[in-house]
Design a binder for this molecule. Sequence first.
Ligand code: ZN
Length: 121
Amino acid sequence: MSEHHDCEGYVSDRFSHQCGKSGKYKEGGKWYCWHHKPSRQESDREKRSRQWQAEWDHGNKSDKLQDRIEKLEERMIKACYALRHDGAVPGGLAILDLVKKHEKTIKALERHVQNGIPQVS
Ligand SMILES: [Zn+2]
């Protein structure tokens, strides 16, 4: 014995009207089809929001790495100008250190870009 219920979800095309499909899921005392089930719609919204956050975080990290690369480049140029005041060996070592950091940061940025935006499940 199965009682028939219409889905109480709303569809809006030109006008908003009741969905009318078979209501197979009861939530909050009302019947809904799979599409209009409030718990499903809620989890979809959460998923979209987490995906958006993942995209934002990914872009934000790219920007930070890019900024760090640019700052290291500025410091390398300054260190080159300071070379004759600092003395060849200490000045050269300071530049070498900056070059290593620069390479490391570029590799980190490349890896980050290759990994792409994580897909939330
Ligand atoms: Zn429905």
